[in-house]
Design a protein around this ligand. Structure first.
Ligand SMILES: NC(=O)c1ccc[n+]([C@@H]2O[C@H](COP(=O)([O-])OP(=O)(O)OC[C@H]3O[C@@H](n4cnc5c(N)ncnc54)[C@H](OP(=O)(O)O)[C@@H]3O)[C@@H](O)[C@H]2O)c1
Length: 244
């Protein structure tokens, strides 16, 4: 059987990196993206050692993303799984968020996810495919300092359902994963402030932040044949936060 392929956006660190390592260990040929790969601003030897190929592209650059999908299909014949993970947040009060800041969050977290889903569908429409969108529990429940971010994540959950229905007959499954609070750069501010962290842990039944690798199992399950009758769904990985 040919080796399966996966493309994970935003795989240079955090959740994307955790998912990339999980898929590599499960035998996939793994491709990831980030914005600063060629400038070597960070040490990517972990990826090289594991044979994970990191490619530079801003996720909102439609042409660059189409080229990456094409490159993988040329070298491996098909792209089995697309994981739209790249995202940004802004801990800014709703009254102070600027139009530019709001637009950047919308472009990265929602518009680019749609564009990548569309590019993947158009490239794979003869073979079918599997899309996993990384949304957030903040697309399901509210909190402070996350207005535009929450809006984009709620939109991704809704879009996931619609695409699942529209593309089901073409052999595509489209699902979302909603992480709770995961220990990455995005939540670094929380970890630095002990009082905020303690307050947050009060609300998480498992009493810990998630680890990036906690998301790998959920993504692998949705990518697997065992999930072949699951589409348009949202899998929450949050230590019980939203079960409260
Ligand atoms: N951490 C959490 O608690 C949490 C909870 C719920 C949902 N999420 C979601 O999970 C996803 C990953 O979050 P994370 O916590 O791992 O964040 P992170 O540690 O800040 O990492 C973000 C990743 O996205 C990439 N990225 C950001 N903007 C990009 C762009 N325009 N083009 C290409 N890549 C871009 C970054 O790569 P470069 O900087 O190298 O370009 C990096 O690999 C996001 O969608 C986030 O909203 C996170």
């Amino acid at each position: 059987m040919p080796q399966k392929t996966v493309l994970i956006t935003g795989a240079t660190r955090g959740i994307g990196r955790g998912i990339a390592i999980g898929f590599q260990e499960a035998g996939y040929a793994v491709f990831g993206t980030g914005r600063n790969i060629n400038a070597h601003k960070a040490d990517f030897s972990w990826a090289k050692e594991k044979g994970i190929e990191l490619l530079e592209a801003d996720v909102s650059n439609q042409t660059a993303m189409e080229e990456i999908i094409k490159k993988i299909r040329t070298s491996h014949g098909r792209l089995d799984v697309l994981i739209n993970n790249a995202g940004i947040a802004a801990n800014t009060p709703a009254s102070r968020i600027t139009p530019e800041e709001a637009q950047k969050i919308i472009d990265t977290n929602f518009k680019a996810v749609f564009q990548n889903c569309q590019a993947y569908y158009l490239a794979q429409r003869k073979e079918g495919g599997n899309i996993i969108n990384v949304a957030s529990v903040l697309g399901m429940v509210g909190t402070t300092l996350a207005s535009v971010y929450s809006g984009t994540k709620g939109a991704v959950i809704a879009m996931t359902r619609s695409l699942a229905i529209e593309w089901a007959s073409s052999g595509f499954r489209v699902n979302a994963i909603c992480p709770g609070f995961i220990d990455t750069d995005m939540t670094g501010m929380i970890k630095k402030r002990e009082a905020i962290l303690a307050k947050m842990l009060e609300f998480i039944p498992q009493k810990r932040l998630g680890k990036p690798e906690d998301l790998a199992g959920a993504a692998l399950f949705l990518a697997s044949d065992g999930a072949s009758y699951i589409t348009g769904q949202t899998l929450v990985v949050d230590g019980g936060l939203t079960a409260m």
